[in-house]
Design a binder for this molecule. Structure first.
Ligand SMILES: Nc1ncnc2c1ncn2[C@@H]1O[C@H](COP(=O)(O)OP(=O)(O)O)[C@@H](O)[C@H]1O
Ligand SMILES: [Mg+2]
Length: 272
């Protein structure tokens, strides 16, 4: 079944509160799944080398619809934390639950389903430079085997959401850095994942472009997607009062209401 792509049937492709019937054919929306946190880390340990743990007992709950920054000094484990979510890395101990499912226990044939429910954006946009903008975005939908006309519509919508309407035929290489990152964001959202992971997505961009890209993720979040945005750029953390997950020395500190106080001042936060 080409449309049967929701690995736990929880109906995560929300848009304005309604579920898109296009991808939900024959599926029942599970109330129970919708009320579970989208992500839970339970005592997660991870090290690449003996005696040098990256995560030393990480506990974390992310609710559906949250926007959270992930921060901490270089080497603190931000990328590792994100990579474990789409199973590019495995935890050594502890559990990571995505929509209530233990990621480590997903069978191999469920991994594509996991990855379809998680969109990822990297610092190095990772576009295929000789492909058109359209092809770079459409690639996400290939595995869904949607009819061509539907792919065109969906890619067009995604490009519109990132401000690149009408640019589909251009080769990716002629776009500016900021525009290329927008293409990468369109590629991440076109499959309507429940969760978007952004790993230093503004690391290669000028300060003003970085703020624009942050704004774009915020718009995506406002339309119902959960966003985890890893950055060590304090200027971005100070932009808006989102929750901040601080990684340091293998532990997590949770700054619930961001760095901006109600009177517009900045907290001096437990950041590096
Ligand atoms: N594939 C890997 N093999 C060995 N060590 C790694 C690997 N990936 C990351 N590390 C190490 O794990 C630590 C955390 O890295 P990373 O998650 O990339 O941190 P951050 O994204 O916060 O900069 C660093 O000390 C890094 O050198
Ligand atoms: Mg990193």
């Amino acid at each position: 079944m080409a449309y049967d792509d929701d690995f736990d049937g929880s109906g995560d492709r929300r848009e304005g509160g309604a579920f898109r019937p296009m991808l939900r054919q024959g599926k029942r929306f599970s109330q129970e799944a919708a009320h579970r946190p989208i992500l839970v880390f339970e005592d997660v340990f991870k090290s690449y080398r003996a005696g040098r743990p990256v995560l030393r007992g990480a506990n974390l709950v992310i609710e559906r619809g949250e926007f959270a920054f992930v921060t901490g000094p270089s080497g603190a484990g931000k990328s590792t934390l994100l990579r474990m979510l789409y199973r590019a890395e495995n935890a050594d101990e502890g559990r990571i639950l995505f929509m209530g499912k233990d990621i480590a226990r997903l069978k191999d044939d469920s991994i594509p389903f996991l990855r379809r429910n998680i969109g990822v954006v990297f610092q190095q946009f990772k576009l295929v430079e000789n492909w058109s903008v359209f092809e770079n975005v459409a690639v996400t939908l290939e595995v869904l085997r949607l009819p061509e006309k539907l792919v065109r519509t969906r890619v067009g919508e995604a490009l519109e959401r990132v401000g690149l309407s009408g640019r589909g035929e251009e080769p990716a290489r002629v776009l500016s850095g900021g525009e290329q990152q927008r293409v990468a964001i369109a590629r991440a959202i076109v499959g309507e994942p429940a969760l978007i992971l952004a790993d230093e997505p503004t690391g290669n961009l000028d300060p003003q472009l970085a703020i624009d890209i942050l704004g774009l993720f915020e718009e995506i979040h406002e339309q119902g997607t959960t966003v985890l945005f890893a950055t060590h750029d304090r200027t971005l953390l100070e932009q808006r009062p989102h929750r901040i997950i601080v990684l340091d020395e293998g532990k997590i500190t949770d700054v619930r209401r961001g760095l901006v106080t109600e009177d517009g001042n900045f907290l001096s936060a437990p950041l590096h």
